[in-house]
Ligand binder design. Structure first.
Ligand SMILES: NC(=O)c1ccc[n+]([C@@H]2O[C@H](COP(=O)([O-])OP(=O)(O)OC[C@H]3O[C@@H](n4cnc5c(N)ncnc54)[C@H](OP(=O)(O)O)[C@@H]3O)[C@@H](O)[C@H]2O)c1
Length: 380
């Protein structure tokens, strides 16, 4: 377990001498995937990318060994509705990554050469408000893979606020799944003070995407009873193998699977926590499933366009509806510790792509052929 605590005291930035600047120049060329507006036409894999960049005092040069994709990458690639905020032209996409530190800037104390690290998507919020601060939408829009070069490259310079130590127990592919969907799942289950999921709690997760599988794994490890929805029998079997107590096919009972799920809970009282990833397509069912004073986490909108669910529905169901974005860097570190303590191995889709196949990986995600995380191996 890494005992070092990463901090980013930007006000304490030491002077960087010209000599140290030269010594710490990044080693390039590298392999990278760039440019993502409409990925099918424009996403390009290049080798021998010549990019010479100095390492600032709080920068870390990381040799990346794996990355993974999120729905966010598709949104940034403008496949459906693009996200708010600027997309920097030619930005290297990807928020999730894992790799090894090659060198550090003169002010970096938390990381050293050889450390295994994973990325945090929103370093801006850490730099402005500290490790405990939850990112706002603007911090995410200003984050890795949208405004700052991300993880789909063989090496890159990251500000230290964009990194934490990787779980010691995980290989590169698994470690590279945690930045976005993993942290969102963690924050969903444990982020609301006084309402963290614990032994015996009933948790409902939806579908087999990255957020939901991570939530299932974390909740099971915390001793909760998990019910999972999905659309196929084959995926249901995999959910049971991961520790779900029951599964429900949401497509065979589209108008009442929330009640069907609720009926599985003791006395039909409902779930302590529902991690909703479907948005308007699922929220009304999530409200049917949650117990009085239980929590519905509004984490995503994978279900697509549907009749908006009014906020006042929370009154009728007497529950807490909690919207959240990602999580703080401090939560990311807590999650890493939990993964090592509990021996959790994040689930990676059977189909693993090479960096040169990033376009195919995007397509795999877009066509929803994946189970849990779409991972990309970065060979050197
Ligand atoms: N709030 C945040 O900070 C945050 C962070 C990360 C992700 N998100 C959001 O969370 C959502 C999930 O992300 P992800 O990366 O896990 O997505 P994903 O991997 O793309 O998840 C896709 C899966 O969602 C399931 N699904 C789709 N429609 C459903 C419905 N109506 N009911 C139940 N399940 C449904 C399907 O599961 P089956 O194939 O099993 O049916 C599908 O395979 C996305 O909307 C994403 O934008 C939010």
């Amino acid at each position: 377990m890494n005992e070092t605590v990463e901090t980013t005291p930007s006000h304490m930035e030491p002077e960087v001498t010209e000599k140290s600047r030269l010594r710490r120049r990044a080693r390039l060329p590298m392999k990278a995937t760039k440019c993502q507006k409409g990925f099918e036409e424009s996403l390009k894999y290049e080798e021998n990318v010549e990019e010479s960049q100095e390492l600032g005092a709080h920068d870390v040069l990381v040799e990346l060994h794996a990355a993974s994709l999120n729905y966010r990458e598709l949104a940034i690639a403008n496949v459906e509705n693009g996200p708010a905020g600027t997309i920097v032209p030619d930005v290297v996409p990807g928020s999730d990554g894992a790799g090894v530190v090659k060198s550090v800037g003169s002010g970096v104390t938390a990381f050293k050469e050889g450390d295994r690290v994973i990325t945090h998507l929103a370093p801006g919020v850490v730099e402005s408000d500290g490790d405990e601060a939850p990112p706002a939408y603007a911090n995410i829009a200003a984050g890795l893979g949208q405004a700052i070069d991300g993880t789909l490259r063989s090496e890159g310079i990251f500000t230290e606020a964009a990194l934490v130590h990787a779980p010691e127990s995980l290989g590169w592919l698994q470690a590279a799944t945690l930045t976005c969907s993993g942290l969102t799942a963690w924050n969903s289950l444990f982020g609301l003070k006084g309402r963290a999921v614990g032994p015996g709690d009933w948790v409902l997760v939806q579908g087999t995407g990255g957020v939901s599988i991570a939530a299932l794994q974390f909740a099971v490890a915390a001793g909760a009873v998990v019910v999972a929805t999905t659309s196929t029998e084959e995926k249901a079997a995999r959910l049971l193998a991961l520790g779900a107590k029951h599964t429900i096919n949401y497509q065979s009972n589209p108008d009442n699977w929330g009640q069907e799920a609720r009926d599985l809970t003791p006395g039909g009282k409902g779930f302590d926590m529902v991690v909703d990833i479907g948005g308007n397509a699922t929220l009304s069912q999530s409200l049917l499933a949650v117990r009085i004073n239980g929590v519905v986490v509004a984490a995503g909108l994978s279900g697509g366009a549907a009749e908006p669910v009014p906020l006042l529905a929370a009154l009728a169901h007497a529950c807490i509806v909690r919207g959240l974005l990602l999580g703080s860097r401090s939560q990311l570190r807590d999650m890493v510790r939990f993964i090592d303590e509990k021996g959790i191995v994040p689930v990676v889709d059977d189909m693993v792509f090479e960096l040169s196949q990033t376009k195919e990986a995007y397509k795999w995600l877009l066509e929803r052929k994946h189970f849990s995380k779409v991972a990309i191996r970065i060979d050197h």
